[in-house]
Design a protein around this ligand. Structure first.
Ligand code: OOG
Ligand code: MG
Length: 280
């Protein structure tokens, strides 16, 4: 089955829309029930770039229908480390919703995830709307604060394998995020040391420079990419700039911490309520 939905075609057949909706429903169901599904491209479902973002919209709409709301957006594949790990070479973006937020120092329950991984990021808090091709200065002017952050990604596809369009349709693997303390001092973000620790051992070392040379560039790109799909980054939203290093799989009992130079730490713990239930 091939679903060609290019932006230049204003008319879509009802069949295409049904297929996009069906795919969105399957992805949302896989996320909601934490059960892996077969990659779309290997099932013979070929989405165009536009079709992939339409599936993303439709699957996120299902989250909103369950009462979640949008808290921001995340950028993906803004570092070479991530592109190499996943074999994808283009930037992607997708919404962050209230159901994904984990409080700083909080606990993630593996029962709600398929095969989650964690990655070190930097977050921006917007104080003004941001849209379209903006300059560095305009982007900085729209930011209230910055913070160290951890993103939890959890591909709904079996074996965490996907094509560019598969992962976009899957809301860019977004499944959780933890933001540390916001800092209003927006000083140099271009070369901050970032150390990801698991259970007290440093496992990934990076620099904020890995994120497009400078994380501010990721915010500029976010404003541009969102506006290409008619979206505005809203005042009050959080924008995740993308991981500085490869992601690491999570297991029950993990204590995860990111130490980010000048911005401070952010942490969370991992448990598995299913294991606790079996032990009880
Ligand atoms: C896709 C999400 C990529 C990042 O920070 O680069 C991403 C994935 O790796 O599953 O969030
Ligand atoms: Mg990420």
């Amino acid at each position: 089955m091939t679903v060609q939905t290019h932006t230049q075609h204003t008319e879509k057949s009802a069949g295409d829309i049904d297929t996009l909706d069906m795919v969105a429903q399957r992805l949302d169901q896989a996320a909601h029930t934490a059960s892996a599904m077969t990659q779309l491209s290997t099932q013979g479902v070929t989405l165009s770039l536009d079709g992939a973002y339409q599936v993303q919209d439709a699957s996120v709409a299902r989250r909103f229908a369950r009462g979640e709301h949008q808290l921001g957006i995340k950028m993906g594949f803004t570092s070479r480390a991530k592109m190499q790990q996943m074999g994808v070479n283009e930037m992607i973006w997708g919404p962050l919703t209230s159901g994904m937020q984990i409080e700083e120092g909080g606990t993630l329950d593996l029962a709600n995830f398929i095969h989650p991984r964690v990655e070190p990021e930097i977050a921006f808090l917007l104080k003004k709307d941001l849209c379209g091709p903006v300059s560095f200065t305009e982007a900085m002017d729209a930011v209230e604060a910055v913070a160290p952050a951890l993103e939890i990604i959890d591909s709904r596809y079996r074996d965490f394998r996907f094509s560019l369009h598969d992962v976009i349709a899957d809301n860019c693997s977004s499944s959780g995020f933890v933001v540390g303390q916001w800092r209003r001092d927006l000083t140099q973000l271009d070369n901050l040391g970032m150390v990801l620790e698991m259970d007290g051992a440093a496992v990934e070392f990076g620099s904020s420079a890995a994120i497009l040379g400078n994380p501010w560039r990721s915010l500029v790109a976010a404003a541009r990419l969102a506006s290409e799909r008619g979206r505005v980054l809203k005042a009050g939203w959080t924008v995740l700039a993308g991981a500085a290093t490869a992601a690491r799989p999570l297991t029950a009992g993990n204590y995860i911490r990111l130490q980010c130079e000048a911005l401070g730490d952010v942490e969370f713990r991992v448990r598995d309520s299913r294991a606790a239930a079996t032990a009880a």
